[in-house]
Design a protein around this ligand. Structure first.
Ligand code: GAR
Length: 197
């Protein structure tokens, strides 16, 4: 059974979908811990499912490296097979990537390499594109530059604002993320092979 740590910053709606999927019979992965860089609303989902949580407050550290060292210490307590970044709004420090790569995946609300970074939805709207998308990637040291594991297009409607477009993207993200975690757990997707391809 694949053990998974999920890192979040916000509402954790994608985390919740993964928790529900992992709770179902026959799913080949289980979430063992949820961590965050702030008092994330999404911790409530972990609590509801009886999953332990840890907090490494970004605001308590002087540097990204110091924050990363504590994050790594917390992750190592659980030693997960896979780390899922599900709305973690921080770039993972190189020490964390080095320790767990290629076993770290990230969901992103755009069709990478289009619109990387913290404002993927806003940037797609500002660019005036007719379609954007959702992606699940392997995390490397860049900003959303790792190998793409799954992605799908989502149309932009003329009436969309950022919130409406993001709400249309998220169900697609959830489906892709659950399927990627399922395939990794089932041995159908090899992250090392995907990263060296
Ligand atoms: C998701 O759309 C995720 O892809 C995005 O934050 C949202 C979190 O929603 N992450 C990024 O933009 C990372 N660059 P949630 O907290 O409701 O799951």
């Amino acid at each position: 059974m694949l053990t998974v740590a999920v890192l979040i910053s916000g509402t954790g709606s994608n985390l919740r979908a993964l928790l529900e999927a992992a709770h179902g019979a026959g799913f080949p992965a289980r979430i063992i811990v949820v961590g965050a860089d702030r008092e994330a609303e999404g911790f409530a989902h972990a609590d509801e499912f009886g999953i332990p949580t840890f907090l490494v407050p970004w605001s308590s550290f002087d540097s990204r490296e110091a924050w990363g060292d504590e994050l790594l210490r917390q992750l190592d307590v659980w030693n997960p097979d896979l780390i899922v970044l599900s709305g973690l709004m921080r770039l993972l420090p190189p020490a964390v990537v080095a320790a767990y790569a290629p076993r770290i995946v990230n969901t992103h609300p755009a069709y990478l390499p289009e619109f990387p970074g913290a404002h993927g939805v806003r940037d797609a709207l500002a660019a005036g594109v007719e379609q954007t998308g959702a992606s699940v990637i392997v995390v490397d040291d860049g900003v959303d530059t790792g190998p793409i594991l799954a992605q799908e297009r989502v149309p932009v409607h003329p009436s969309d604002d950022e919130a409406a477009l993001h709400e249309r993207i998220k169900p697609v993200e959830r489906r892709l993320l659950i399927d990627v975690v399922r395939r990794i757990g089932a041995g159908e997707l090899d992250l090392a092979a995907a990263s060296s391809a």
